[in-house]
Design a protein around this ligand. Structure first.
Ligand SMILES: Cc1cc2nc3c(=O)[nH]c(=O)nc-3n(C[C@H](O)[C@H](O)[C@H](O)COP(=O)(O)O)c2cc1C
Length: 336
């Protein structure tokens, strides 16, 4: 994808700084008189054929933001004004966690990829709730998902309790949930990977949801490093339980050449599309899939939709190529 001069300049900074500059500018423009209008005019896709009904939720368009881009929901107003269909905040943990010391996000320039070793830094459940409560009218038709993750320091025995705590508290604030089954790269972590472990996480959530007036879809986010058998097992859970969908994929710790961290960006594109295609075929295209991973260009997005994704979540594509990717990606969906 051709980059503007601005994109070339901010990519001279380390990857995490590039992101911070972009988000600070987005906020600055949003503060200006007519700033949010300008964001909408210059970035937001407007075609009404982009609207989608997925998981019983109305999306103004199927292009959204993946976890780890706006972890605390700090920029919901700006991302809403910019026209994204949804923002998945998180991973949210019950308490704040600082993540790994910097530098923790490395750019692989030639490969248009990033190695993420950030350890899911976020300001915790309370701050995420505050940010969502504060959102303004520009976010009214922005769908918000909450990705739930594990506190790095928590022992394995607490994980079910902690995930449920975030789920229950966020239930009234967000539209859907994503349970992260991929590895938080900051430590040799427990990752729920067996059928029993995954069920022990989601079943208390199903139980809580049964007692609520409003229905919040629950998805699990799979790792690109899962074997065929592991993916089959997740799809079986999808078919046999009230689980609503799958997000594929998180960063890969198999593509990182031994370096600590998860590979995101262009190096992930082929595997992400492959996993989405596999999961879609295995579930006979009957369930929603959020396609994520290596969506750097409109061509990647087109192929991800063709593979069976109902929605697309962007992260590295915007970090590396800028917010204009939203409109280009949406164009592909218009033609769909
Ligand atoms: C800096 C950074 C932080 C991330 N943090 C999280 C996270 O907290 N939880 C999560 O589920 N995924 C997280 N991810 C993974 C992304 O949501 C996404 O699955 C992955 O980056 C692949 O998409 P991409 O190739 O478009 O970046 C993070 C990715 C990056 C680059």
């Amino acid at each position: 994808m051709k980059r503007s001069l601005f994109q070339h300049i901010i990519r001279l900074f380390p990857a995490e700084t590039t992101h911070a500059i972009r988000m600070a500018l987005l906020r600055f423009v949003g503060y200006l008189p007519l700033g949010k209008w300008a964001l909408r005019k210059s970035l937001a896709p407007s075609d009404t054929s982009l609207e989608r009904e997925v998981m019983g939720i109305h999306f103004r368009n199927p292009i959204g933001i993946a976890a780890g881009f706006d972890s605390n929901g700090d920029y919901l107003t700006e991302l809403g004004a910019a026209g994204f269909g949804f923002v998945e905040i998180g991973s949210v943990t019950p308490r704040p966690q600082p993540g790994t010391p910097r530098p923790r996000l490395r750019r692989l320039r030639k490969q248009q990829s990033l190695i993420n070793n950030s350890g899911a830094p976020n300001r915790g459940l309370e701050q995420a709730m505050r940010n969502i409560r504060r959102r303004n009218r520009h976010t009214y038709d922005l769908v918000i998902g909450c990705n739930i993750g594990k506190l790095t320091t928590s022992p394995r025995s607490r994980i079910v309790k902690e995930y449920l705590r975030v789920f229950r508290n966020m239930y009234q604030y967000v539209d859907f949930f994503v349970i992260n089954l991929a590895c938080n790269t900051s430590a040799k972590q427990y990752v729920p990977r067996t059928r029993e472990e995954i069920l022990s996480l989601v079943e208390p959530m199903f139980e809580f949801r049964r007692g609520q007036l409003d229905y919040r879809p629950i998805l699990v986010k799979v790792s690109p490093d899962m074997s065929k058998e592991e993916l089959d097992m997740v799809v079986d859970i999808l078919i046999e339980t009230p689980l609503d969908g799958i997000e594929a994929v998180a960063g890969s710790t198999a593509l990182n050449n031994g370096e600590r961290g998860a590979v995101c960006g262009a190096m992930l594109t082929e595997r992400a599309i492959e996993v989405v295609r596999y999961v879609a075929e295995r579930s006979e295209h009957n369930y929603p899939i959020i396609g994520c991973g290596g969506m750097m260009t409109e061509e990647d997005v087109r192929r991800m939709f063709e593979a069976g994704a109902s929605l697309i979540a962007l992260n590295s594509g915007i970090r590396e190529n800028g917010l204009k990717l939203l409109r280009r990606a949406a164009k592909v969906a218009t033609k769909k």
